[in-house]
Design a binder for this molecule. Structure first.
Ligand code: ZN
Length: 712
């Protein structure tokens, strides 16, 4: 929620207008701040080659000042409020701020440095205050409210009506109707919240580095491939430890290497490092951030008339209420935990058979799950990887499927600047050959890059101005030693398809007003286009096209394919339970009232009690994120999922339902792709998203296909 408004300010209230150096036209180009000018590169592609850290602060200052000036002019317009002189004018305001924000926030996630981090800390509360200045402008709100009340007599079309409704909602939910005293309270809360979030992210990032596990002997890493061990040595050397090997942690609780490491003691060491992140004292401890954020958010919701932050947040989502979310989690929890317990029993049997003499713990799960998988399906991850070489996966998989469905083609180009040498750039051409977008692909993990995978927009589609998208997708694939091919896990392959699904949503957007264009949909709908795109990763025709052995080019054997298919339901007890655990934590911190939170003094105790109450306290399956490193909900990223982590399940319900539709209509076909594009991917938030879904599939979402898919 909160961030959504920030996002609204940063990417939607504003569009990028021509800033052809109006203020510094006498200076030489070398002195010019490149952020003040519109890039002359194709589609206004960012000038990564010219932008310096020191350019951001003045660009933010100027961007905010300009936007406030523009807003004042709109608010004080002596003419009667019209849709054109108010809403359209707002949509056109704040261009420079939108431009600089997109570049700055994206770089802070993908390629940060201490100066950017420092500026981020300084800027976050200033931007929050800036946003409030606009939302609390009573003359401006009066114009919006007048228009909103007269919406049916203005003679405007459906899209215009929708954007007007959206503005009205944005302002009301941001406190535009509060008294002056309450506005001041809300403003102070906003600044505190955003500072705490920024601080949380930076502590987490530093903690990930501080939690790296160094090992002294090569044999401790037994189970990893030689290439992986070499990469671990290379990374340790880069960290300043030339005689060691390092395991860098990923942002989730479970760590991918645990599936392979043979020695129980090293596995335990890695899991312990992962679980205790930011909760053991020192500079990177976030426990105080967690409690304070939960408290401040509860107070925030109370001011706006809601019993809890979750109630406030969910009112603006397609799920609509706390009850709907609790019902879904309640339906899933007992099924998931029962499945997880039976999976654990199966693994314990193997440990006992091997005379291991220990009880299965969280640290052992992935390793023994691999054994079960091998035993039951007779294959393991290492057999698959040679068939998932990065270029095959991208060009012959992700792009191939998109070509089949939508007729688009992608072509790599090397003439545009990048912020990191491994980053790649592609032109995207539409079915008629015209240019649709530019796609940046940033695949590899780096210590200055946020964990996980995500899509971001540098320039969003904007029908008022006629601009086309420049977007980026990011993964965190471990970097390989020079000369080695990049081989993906099954999971990473799926993630590549997933992020490209977000990219399609951005690229196909065909909406006049930026506030309701592209991925500016409710948070619990935004994962739907990406999750549905995952289905093509395992679609036989697509798989046969990309899954070729990187050395022999032999296609992936048919029996291996069948085993993958059969194994799809494998380990779903674990996967579902760990996600529900994270959801329970999220809802617990946000369904609490402002009064209740004052009695909470220990984060880990609160977390444990919440998991127990929901019946998902099963030590071998820890939550996917614990409170202290759950940056989705406590972090300051552009997309904050506070009270909204359920969105992944929610979107999966929509996704599983839609997969059924695609299968029933012949699968990978242009006709189907074009229909999905027309009904959903091009529509942004121009209509109620659940209505778009219903128009597409013919009915409202049903949880059945999800339960079936996960084998629950
Ligand atoms: Zn996603």
């Amino acid at each position: 929620m909160y961030k959504k408004y920030l996002l609204a300010i940063l990417t939607a209230l504003a569009i990028f207008q021509v800033h052809a150096a109006p203020f510094h036209s006498q200076q030489t180009a070398a002195n010019e701040n490149p952020l003040f000018m519109e890039s002359t590169l194709p589609l206004h592609y960012p000038r990564f080659d010219l932008i310096k850290n020191s350019d951001f602060a003045p660009a933010f200052a100027k961007g905010m000042a300009e936007e406030l000036q523009e807003v004042e002019i709109i608010a004080n317009n002596p003419e009667k409020a019209t849709f054109e002189n108010t809403i359209v004018a707002l949509e056109k305001s704040g261009a420079l701020l939108t431009h600089v924000s997109a570049i700055f926030f994206n770089l802070n996630s993908a390629n940060t440095n201490p100066q950017i981090q420092k500026l981020m800390r300084e800027l976050a509360p200033k931007i929050a205050a800036h946003k409030d200045t606009i939302f609390f402008n009573s003359k401006l709100f009066a114009r919006i409210e007048t228009l909103y009340n007269a919406r049916n007599t203005l003679g405007i079309d459906a899209q215009a009506k929708r954007v007007l409704w959206r503005y009205y909602q944005d302002f009301v939910r941001a406190g535009a109707r509060l008294s002056i005293a309450d506005k001041a309270k809300l403003k102070a809360l906003n600044e505190e919240i955003v500072s705490l979030q920024t601080d949380f992210v930076q502590k987490n990032l530093n903690e990930v580095t501080a939690s790296s596990v160094y090992v002294d002997r090569r044999e401790d890493l037994a189970g990893l491939s030689d290439a992986e061990i070499d990469a671990a040595a290379m990374q340790a050397k880069a960290d300043g430890h030339p005689d060691k090997w390092v395991i860098h942690l990923q942002n989730t609780t479970n760590q991918a290497v645990l599936a392979k490491l043979i020695h129980h003691s090293i596995r335990q060491k890695i899991m312990d490092a992962s679980l205790r992140r930011s909760s053991h004292g020192g500079d990177n401890d976030t426990r105080i951030n967690v409690i304070t954020l939960a408290k401040k958010r509860a107070e925030y919701a109370k001011l706006l008339g809601y019993p809890s932050f979750a109630a406030y947040s969910l009112a603006d989502q397609t799920a609509g209420s706390v009850d709907v979310v609790n019902k879904m989690l309640g339906q899933l929890a007992p099924l998931a935990i029962a499945k997880a317990r039976s999976e654990a029993a199966e693994m314990q049997a193997i440990i006992d058979e091997e005379k291991g003499g220990f009880q299965l713990s969280a640290a052992d799960w992935a390793f023994y799950a691999e054994k079960v998988r091998k035993k039951r399906y007779d294959f393991d991850e290492s057999q698959l990887k040679p068939y998932f070489e990065l270029n095959h996966v991208l060009l012959d998989g992700v792009f191939f499927a998109a070509h089949k469905l939508y007729g688009i083609t992608l072509q790599e180009r090397h003439d545009l600047p990048v912020y990191e040498p491994t980053v790649r750039v592609f032109d995207v051409f539409d079915k008629d050959g015209s240019r649709l977008a530019i796609l940046i692909i940033d695949m590899y993990a780096r210590s200055n890059k946020k964990g996980g995978a995500w899509e971001a927009e540098y320039n969003a589609q904007n029908g008022l101005r006629g601009t086309q998208p420049v977007i980026a997708i990011h993964l965190n694939i471990p970097k390989v030693a020079p000369g080695q091919p990049t081989l993906l896990t099954h999971d990473e392959v799926r993630t590549a398809f997933h992020e490209f699904g977000h990219a399609l949503h951005s690229m196909f957007s065909h909406i006049k007003y930026p506030r309701i264009a592209s991925t500016n949909v409710p948070r619990d709908f935004v994962e739907y286009p990406s999750q549905i795109n995952e289905m093509w990763a395992s679609w036989p025709e697509v798989l046969q096209n990309y899954a070729h052995h990187y050395q022999t080019n032999a296609p992936i054997p048919k029996d291996l394919l069948e085993k993958i298919e059969a194994a799809n339901k494998f380990n779903q007890g674990y996967a579902t339970t760990e996600s529900i655990g994270a959801n329970v934590i999220d809802q617990a911190w946000h369904q609490i009232t402002a009064t209740e939170i004052s009695a909470v003094d220990d984060v880990l105790t609160f977390e444990a009690a919440a998991l127990q109450k929901a019946g998902v306290d099963f030590a071998p399956v820890p939550p996917r994120y614990r409170s202290t490193y759950f940056s989705h909900i406590f972090g300051g990223d552009l997309y904050n999922y506070a009270a909204g982590y359920y969105s992944y399940f929610w979107s999966e319900v929509l996704d599983a339902d839609s997969v059924k539709w695609f299968k029933a209509h012949g699968g990978l076909k242009r006709e189907n792709g074009d229909y999905f594009r027309a009904q959903v991917l091009s529509r942004g938030d121009s209509a109620d998203p659940l209505l778009l879904f219903r128009n597409f599939t013919g009915s409202y979402p049903d949880i059945g296909p999800l339960l079936q898919r996960r084998g629950l």
